[in-house]
Ligand binder design. Structure first.
Ligand SMILES: CC(=O)N[C@H]1[C@@H](OP(=O)(O)OP(=O)(O)OC[C@H]2O[C@@H](n3ccc(=O)[nH]c3=O)[C@H](O)[C@@H]2O)O[C@H](CO)[C@@H](O)[C@@H]1O
Length: 365
């Protein structure tokens, strides 16, 4: 299978695409892949690192309010579509796939205009603007949650889960912990603020650090986000021995597979990974996202008993520490949360999306 794939902006859109590429390569090692993203998105760094050929188009996102910028965006859309068409014509893929973020707009639309079967993947319950637009043209819409199906045309929508869930269940947790050089035989808590880091979480962690030395029974793996790293490390000063700090973790599936608890935003790809592994979680939804969709994601896990939600307005070093303690010091609670979390996971997601790609390649147009 030869595939052009696009997904961009943040890790939540890029990693499902990379996980799907892995799945395709497992079934068809000779398949060829071209990733199309933007130079400004995280994909320009992450995709070449994975050894996947990468090309870019120039495009910006739509503003939800009336703005002259939107006129410019329409012009950029046409220019980017024409460049994507050239890239696609040269590459000759069997399918074109989009995993969200505005860069998928011109790429998937170009694939459709050239008569190539297309599929889009939606990670969130509430879909993004680009996927809503593209769903008119694509052959398939693969969604993670049943709850997003009503937003798309019923005849082409399938519930598959998020391919990244399949990647994490295959990962080796011991190797993940070893790669960080953390001491053996502890409980491990991963604190991370989505793919770009979150200032509010970093501020709470800075407040929590002076009290961490009293909690020697567990070890904290803390990811600040690339842009916040230097400032946060400076604010923390003397790092306690039971804490390991990184700006970003490239082998996140392995690390996730090794930890006992995660503190995070409530981005959809992370939630797919957490539930596939059956991890208990403390979720601090970002209030800065469209339709407050992260709180909806987080509350859904909380209602099922899998997570504990702390709103940014309630967050402090103290509330965070109390919440971590209340789960790690109560084994039966941690176990109950873990069982609830696992019951929501969809570890076979990648193969389900792969099967849909095979189906649209065969179907007569
Ligand atoms: C602010 C914003 O718009 N956030 C959106 C973005 O979040 P964001 O990009 O933060 O996405 P998620 O939290 O869903 O996923 C992050 C992904 O990056 C990976 N990772 C993260 C940190 C790290 O150090 N290493 C690493 O590999 C995670 O394993 C995961 O696969 O996309 C998600 C999926 O559409 C949405 O639900 C979020 O609301």
């Amino acid at each position: 299978m030869n595939i052009v794939i696009s997904g961009g902006g943040t890790g939540g859109h890029i990693y499902p695409a990379l996980a799907l590429i892995q799945e395709i390569k497992q079934h068809e090692p000779d398949s060829r892949v071209l990733y199309i993203g933007t130079e400004r998105g995280l994909e320009a760094n992450l995709v070449p690192k994975e050894g996947v050929p990468f090309e870019s188009v120039y495009i910006t996102g739509f503003k939800r309010s009336l703005s002259f910028e939107n006129v410019k965006t329409i012009l950029r859309f046409f220019k980017a579509t024409s460049r994507a068409k050239k890239l696609i014509r040269d590459f000759k893929p069997d399918v074109v796939v989009g995993t969200g973020g505005y860069v998928c707009g011109p790429v998937v639309y170009a694939g459709h205009s050239l008569g190539i079967p297309t599929l889009i993947h939606e990670q969130n319950v509430i879909p993004g603007l680009t996927n809503k637009f593209l769903s008119r043209y694509t052959e398939r819409v693969a969604v993670t949650f049943e709850g997003s199906a009503p937003h798309f045309p019923a005849e082409k929508t399938v519930i598959t889960g998020n391919p990244r869930a399949s990647e994490v269940v295959r990962a080796n947790g011991e190797a993940g912990l070893a790669s960080l050089g953390v001491p053996a035989g502890k409980k491990y808590v991963l604190i991370v603020g989505g793919s770009r880091g979150a200032k509010a979480i970093n501020d709470a962690v800075i407040q929590l650090v002076p009290h961490l030395r009293e909690h020697v029974d567990y070890h904290i793996v803390y990811v600040t986000g690339e842009v916040h790293y230097e400032q946060t490390v400076k604010a923390i000063g003397d790092v306690p021995p039971n804490m390991t700090i990184r700006p970003f973790i490239y082998n996140m599936p392995e690390v996730l597979a090794g930890v006992d608890l995660i503190v995070n935003r409530a981005g959809a790809s992370f939630l797919a990974e957490i539930t596939a592994l059956g991890l208990p979680s403390i979720l601090i939804p970002s209030p800065y996202v469209t339709n407050n969709h992260q709180e909806k994601n987080g509350r859904w896990l909380e209602e099922q008993g899998a997570a504990c939600v702390i709103l940014e307005s309630e967050l402090s070093g103290k509330t965070l520490m109390e919440s971590i303690d209340s789960i790690l010091k109560d084994e039966s609670r941690a176990r109950t949360m873990s069982v609830a979390s696992r019951s929501l996971g969809q570890p076979d997601a990648a193969v389900l999306v792969y099967n849909e790609l095979k189906a649209i390649m065969k179907a007569p147009k």
